[in-house]
Design a protein around this ligand. Sequence first.
Ligand code: KG4
Ligand code: ZN
Length: 343
Amino acid sequence: MTVILGLESSCDDSAAALVTSDRQILAQAVVGQNSAHQPFGGVVPEIAARAHVEVLPGLIRQVLDEAGLRIGQVDAVAATAGPGLIGGVMVGLLAGKGLALASGKPLVAVNHLEGHALSPRLTEPDLAFPYLLLLASGGHCQLLEVRGVGDYRRLATTIDDAAGEAFDKAAKLLDLGYPGGPAIEALAAEGDPRAVPLPRPLVGSKEPHFSFAGLKSAVQRAVAAGTHRPADIAASFQQAVVDSLVDRTARALDSSDAPTLVVAGGVAANGAIRAALKDLAATRGRGFAVPPGWLCTDNAAMIAWAGAERFAAGLTDALDVPARARWPLDASADAVRGAGVKA
Ligand code: KG4
Ligand code: ZN
């Protein structure tokens, strides 16, 4: 049994966790920065990086104390090395390097997306490779075949916004604050999902790619029209995202014989999305797994777990490993027309 310290700082959550190779979470702590970014309606990179500098060391102290461990008793230090907001990534990665250097323990540089991708295996011991993964977060919306640790085949990505980004933008238009996902989900519960006609971009298209920019513009027009209840707009928007995720994922299932469908990333915390994809898996005769909500949104337990999986496979990193703003899980995947700057 090995113990891995995980550190996460790639966006607006500072997090530390201690996880064992036999899936015990010894301690974990997450501090978000919602109030710091709220006035701007989105994450301000420099504010985020400065907050990680202030918060992360205390979280590391806290999880070690809670688990009753000294740094010399962990087997490896895993830190997110990208992709993400580069200032924040550098803060957490350098903290991990410093701990590894001082304790003489190996460093595992973890791809944040691999953290999300492997997260369901932390809570589902029976989830075997391969599985088809819908990874939907604030920065990404991808369908990937997860074949093993470090072995990913990307089937689709978004040609414009990520699903979580769409939730955040729609919430901003409705004055619901940041982050938008939970706020939209709460308001949608009081609305009629059929009240406002909204588009389902790319639904029915051959490749399983995603698009959400047109949906955002339609929400903007619906808000501007001033004739709809905000709850109806929220519910109709959420339904459009659900329909789009289900249609695109169904298309990917056509070209993958992976026995299990898995959903991860912050957007997978959404109850309507979880339920719809569970139904899809059942209809297609596939198994289904989704991590608990706290493991869907950014956290360090998933980084520690990905670190544990990589460490077990002998994959450790030198202390000169770089921080990377962009770092695709499948480097061989073709660029998608219209995909802009998103990985
Ligand atoms: O995985 P995550 O915490 O950070 C990234 O790696 O991006 O995902 C954050 C995203 C945000 O866009 C947030 O609005 C969305 O996940 N999100 C949700 C929900 N909770 C978080 N979207 C829809 N419904 C939710 N309940
Ligand atoms: Zn994330």
